[in-house]
Ligand binder design. Sequence first.
Ligand SMILES: CSCCC(=O)C(=O)COP(=O)(O)O
Ligand SMILES: [Mg+2]
Length: 231
Amino acid sequence: MIQVILTDIEGTTSSIRFVKDVLFPYARQRLPAFVETHADDADVQHWLQEAAKEAGLVSASQQEIIDLLIEWIDADRKSTALKALQGMIWKDGYASGEYRAHLYPEVAARLRAWKDAGKRLYVYSSGSVPAQKLFFGYSEAGDLTPLFDGYFDTEVGGKRDVESYRRIAAAIGATPDTIVFLSDIVEELDAARAAGLRTTLLARAPTTCPAEAAHRCVADFDAIDVDRTTP
Ligand SMILES: CSCCC(=O)C(=O)COP(=O)(O)O
Ligand SMILES: [Mg+2]
């Protein structure tokens, strides 16, 4: 019996276009000024140093780190440091009403239905935990954060690493086969399955399910019957 639903965001609850066409350009444009005006912010400085470390830069100037981060935004690099900084920048855009997070039309109702049925809901995304909370707090369907029991980002490990899913299962206190992971990326689902989780691939239009899908595959959340999810 499934007790926990663990969901990815981009490509699963929400469109890739919103992230790439709205969130990334917003952060890209504001990053240089954000870094300059947060010179005294310990959290910001910590993540700038982490980014430099990740790139193997021993003594990088502020401008070199900014250039590096912009390169990473353009390459959609799933860097924990970049994601932490992006999350801080996105906060203003949500708070000022410049954008709301996209959700596919059936997602909010389906999350509520699972919650009402007693399932626990968690998020696992490459976006930082604060960015995930903003995303669901300022969604097109309103504030959905009360529905979620917790959030995981890449501080728990990469989304294609089996160990990350073992850590998540342990952290939420559920046996792996009572958790279903929803994602649009097969390699993430492969890792989750190797850790013993159940899996469902989201093939959002215009994408379609592969002919020989290695994972149960659906077009939207309405097509998921969590209690019939097979290993
Ligand atoms: C929730 S923050 C915006 C999304 C983001 O930056 C990202 O990298 C999403 O990746 P996901 O793991 O949700 O596919
Ligand atoms: Mg995704």
